[in-house]
Structures are given as structure tokens and as C-alpha cells.
Design a binder for this molecule. Sequence first.
Ligand code: 13P
Ligand code: SF4
Length: 319
Amino acid sequence: PAQRDDLKQRAAALLKARNAVLVAHYYVDGDLQDLALETGGCVADSLEMARFGRDHAAQTLVVAGVRFMGESAKILSPGKTVLMPDLDATCSLDLGCPPEDFAAFCDAHPDRQVVVYANTSAAVKARADWMVTSSCALAIVRHLKEQGQKILWAPDRHLGRYIQEETGADMLLWNGACIVHDEFKGVELELLKAQHPEAMVLVHPESPRSVVQLADVVGSTSQMLNAVIHGSAKEYIVATDNLIMHRMRQLAPGKVLIEAPTAGNSATCKSCAHCPWMAMNGLQGVVDCLERGVGEIHVDAATGEQAVHCITRMLDFVA
Ligand code: 13P
Ligand code: SF4
């Protein structure tokens, strides 16, 4: 702990000295979340991270999360320096949607509006008409459906199917998944619910259908956090990365938080309720990127100029 406090102080001093701001996701280490809040940064969902980074006056952003979050920040603010604690922090959705294959998919369906999830590379976003995050995907697809548009959706198949069922839109789905949320289990969740009949069930829509169907609230990380803060229940079963509970405990200290069940043992569960890429973010990484300038995000200028439109469109839609 003494070493951690020391690192945290060094990181805070470096953020100040470099006029930098820390933008963190709810799934990163609790010390990083605290550091972000103590130094004028933010802890947020992926949509709010993008907006915060774009609007903040600091010319250096340290993005603690996964690569697509740093790339979105850079695309929205090409003039800013965007640093990440670990450039190898990626996402199974991004990895599962290679730009060349995705371009071929789009070429084969030119009559469809291309809607991509934020969890994709800059090159994939460059081919898209719209970017969405889990907090606004439903509203944007509903809007497109009202306009009579057919949709090509990538990459998360669970989120895509959930939105398709909710909106009735004509959606062609890419077959990607999040390795963390894919592990939540409907049958086991039903048993857990029976043990906690009063508990409210909160589910991130990257989870399988059998899990989403048992939810009282389906939403982004921020929407789940708000449900705990404002909900009247005492107990909450949470189906998302368990580090979100750090912020939930701070903002709703009286509430009882229960992890939703995954495959249940480390032999079969690849990522039991914690994202291995989010876990690559630590205080040392923040110190290193600010002290030595390692971990800088670069997005090819032409790709960024194409990709920015789909992100701006989303931000204008939710404004
Ligand atoms: P949010 O947009 O809800 O923060 O989700 C991002 C993510 O990567 C979830 O796994
Ligand atoms: Fe990607 Fe899943 Fe990790 Fe989110 S939790 S960054 S969707 S692998």
C-alpha cells in the first residue's frame, strides 16, 4: 500500500506538471479511478469518455481503458496528445472485426446503413455511417428504422440481437462477442435470483440473450451505476465487469452488490467477470506514459478524418 500511495502521488504530480487529464473507464483498477476523480478527470462509460476527452481543455489526455477508447479520443481531438498506460490493451470485439473483412462485408451490402459499436478500430469506424455505444445504440437504431433504413451491424452479436428484438429493425449482424460478458450464464443467474428474490438484476447488453432476458435493467456501465444509485431495492445482481462495483460502492454505500454467475471456475472461464485488457491498466503505466512519453496513440490522419464523422454524428444525436 505504501508503494501504491507513492505511485499515486507521482502520477498525480505528473498529471499536474504535464497539464494532462486522466480519463478512466469503470472497469479499470480502483486506484486509477480514484486518481482520475481526485485530479479533475473522469470515470465514465465509453460514450462519456469520448465526450469528456473532446471537451476538456487539457492538451494531453491519458486514457485508462482499452485501445478503441484512446483511438476515439485521438480521432475527436487530433491536435491533442493521447497517452495510454498500456497500448496492448485491446478488446475481443475489436480483434474479432478485422478491417479488410469488414470492408468486404460492407461492399457486399451497399444498401444498408453501416452502424458500428464503439469497440472497433479506427479503420472499421472509417467505413461506418454511425458509431454507437451501449448507452445510445437503441435510440439510434430506432431513429434509423423510423427513416426506413436497413442496417448492417458490427461487431457484437448479443448487443445487435438485443437491439434487433427491441426495435424490430432489419439488421444484418456481424458475429463478434465480448469474452467477458459472453461468460455470464442464464441458468445459474436464475438460481441466484431465486436465492435473492428482492434483488434487482442489472445486465450489460453484451451478455447472452438468456441473461438479458432475466434483467430488470439492461444498459451501459453508467446506466447500471445509476440504477444502483437511484434504485429502491437493497440488493443488486450485477452482470458486467466486477470492477464497476468500486464506483457503485462509493456512490451507493448502503446497497448490497452481488456478482452475476459466470462459468464459475478458472479452468473453463476465460475471463471471470474481469476484462483481461482493462486489467493491463495500472498506476505504473500512468507514470511511465507521462514521464517517458511511451504509450502514445497515433491514428493515421486520413483514417481519422473518415472515422470522425460517425463518432460526431453519435455525439450530436445524444446532445
Ligand atoms: P460501456 O459503453 O457501457 O462503458 O461499455 C464499454 C465496454 O467495453 C463494455 O464491455
Ligand atoms: Fe472489450 Fe469486453 Fe473488455 Fe469491454 S469487457 S473492453 S467489450 S473485451
